[in-house]
Write a protein that binds this ligand. Structure first.
Ligand code: P5A
Length: 444
């Protein structure tokens, strides 16, 4: 993409009403525009990151054997009357009446709808296990939407629903989600710690939240510091293997780690004092096992081997896709702007032409642009007639992990400059070496 043809409405001023770094930087970098309290347009740069996160989530879900589908945002109130949640959900639910006077709602989550799909089409234990998921917009009329996309009213969520014959199978589905979530967050360059939590309006008393530690996080958390040493890494896992998934769950949940909802001071005090941590975190996902809460009330049952009808065992599992954009920035920024991890960056690298209009500099930039594009990478070429300082400031603000700087002086010596956004370190290299370096970084 050539910056002269792109739509990148960066702001010069720091927005006064944005309280945390990620919100400020998303506004300044032209990633989002607020349309109403807690409701945002995703401008091209923000949309790219959102889609990159969604792609990683899709890939990891499907690696774990989960099946994508797409359910609508608007739902019929009748389904929610069946489960009893139409009344229970309260003011967070946005209720709508259509022209025929029918009660509708903008879905805050999809347990009822997916249970309806299940009961319409599945009747035998032979069709189990089954996990259906989608990534879809949700609406919760939060009393205090804040921090930009962190606590929105409209937000993008991956929600998956598991159907199993027995409690044991449903717990395996829970463990499988825990493992796949660890992989998903690590691929984005994030450490998200599973912590014992509370079921809230979804229900169930077996649930873990995934928290990214950050001072600006909304949740208070209590944990044993040893847990931050755990890495999932690039281990291969067989998602059908019950023992393997169980072992990962035990490894990642045996140390004390709880949100304030389930915190128990007496148990916490058993952790050696030097390892006790009280901190704040951003909840980027939550997994729930709730058994037959929805299947019983909504009549979703299957025939078991003996021909008996039994309510199906269920769980639901969520990832805050749009919240992750904010969480990633909270974890990766400095005073000059965002620093994207390679896994989610909107463009793989920037190309800065220090002297637009200089025949040699222009030609060298064009060659770099072509070579990177031919390798399947997406560079962002700043081809505007601007001062070098302004171009650097924009690149630093939008946070592309690598920048290639091209100028007449370097070209006389046959070199361009390759700079890491994270470390600030630069190297002078022949242009084709810079290209192969970038290709190597992205494994293409
Ligand atoms: C699990 C999937 C559920 O709704 N039902 C379907 C279950 N869980 S949850 O914990 O309530 O939400 C899942 C994740 O969505 C993100 N999230 C939000 N993101 C931005 N703004 C909000 N207002 C918001 N509310 C929830 C969180 O990351 C949460 O873990």
């Amino acid at each position: 993409m050539r910056l002269s043809r792109y739509f990148l409405p960066v702001l010069k001023e720091t927005p006064a009403d944005a309280q945390i770094a990620s919100h400020r930087l998303m506004l300044r970098a032209g990633m989002i525009k607020q349309q109403a309290a807690g409701i945002y347009s995703w401008l091209p740069l923000g949309y790219k990151v959102l889609m990159n996160i969604a792609r990683i989530v899709h890939e990891e879900q499907q690696r774990a054997g989960h099946i994508p589908l797409l359910m609508p945002t608007l739902q019929s109130a009748d389904l929610w009357r069946e489960s009893g949640r139409y009344d229970d959900y309260g003011e967070e639910m946005l209720r709508i009446t259509d022209r025929h006077g029918r009660d509708m709602l903008y879905g805050p989550t999809n347990e009822e709808m997916v249970t309806d799909i299940f009961r319409s089409h599945v009747g035998s234990y032979k069709d189990l296990p089954l996990t259906l998921y989608h990534i879809q917009w949700k609406f919760r009329d939060e009393i205090r939407p804040r921090f930009g996309v962190m606590r929105g009213r409209e937000f993008y969520m991956k929600d998956g629903y598991t159907f199993d014959l027995t409690r044991e199978d449903a717990l395996h589905a829970y463990n499988r989600h825990l493992v796949s979530y660890l992989r998903t967050y690590e691929r984005m360059g994030l450490q998200a710690i599973p912590m014992r939590a509370d079921g809230g309006p979804i229900g169930g008393d077996y649930t873990h939240e995934f928290l990214v530690l950050a001072e600006t996080g909304e949740s208070e958390v209590f944990y044993d510091s040893e847990i931050t040493d755990l890495k999932f890494g690039d281990r291969e896992i067989d998602y059908d293997n019950v023992e393997e998934c169980q072992a990962v769950l035990e490894e990642f949940t045996s140390r004390y780690a709880r949100t304030d909802e389930t915190h128990d001071e007496a148990v916490f005090n058993e952790v050696p004092e030097e390892r006790r941590r009280v901190a704040r975190g951003i909840e980027v996902g939550q997994i729930f096992y709730f058994g037959t809460k929805y299947s019983e009330s909504m009549g979703a049952s299957v025939q078991d081997k003996d021909g008996n009808k039994v309510p199906v065992e269920m769980g639901s599992h969520g990832i805050g896709v749009s919240r992750l954009v904010g969480a990633l920035i909270e974890a990766n920024h400095d005073e000059n702007g965002i620093i994207w991890p390679e896994g989610v960056t909107p463009f793989h690298c920037g190309i800065v032409n220090l002297k637009q209009g200089d025949a040699e500099a222009d030609a060298a930039c064009e060659d770099l642009y072509k070579a990177l594009t031919a390798a399947g990478l997406e560079p962002l070429y700043d081809d505007r007639n601007e001062r070098a300082g302004g171009k650097f400031a924009t690149m630093d603000l939008i946070g592309l992990p690598w920048r290639i700087t091209v100028g007449p002086r370097g070209l006389k010596n046959g070199v361009v400059e390759l700079t890491s956004r994270r470390t600030g370190e630069s190297e002078e290299l022949a242009p084709e070496i810079a290209v192969s370096r970038i290709k190597e970084i992205y494994g293409v």
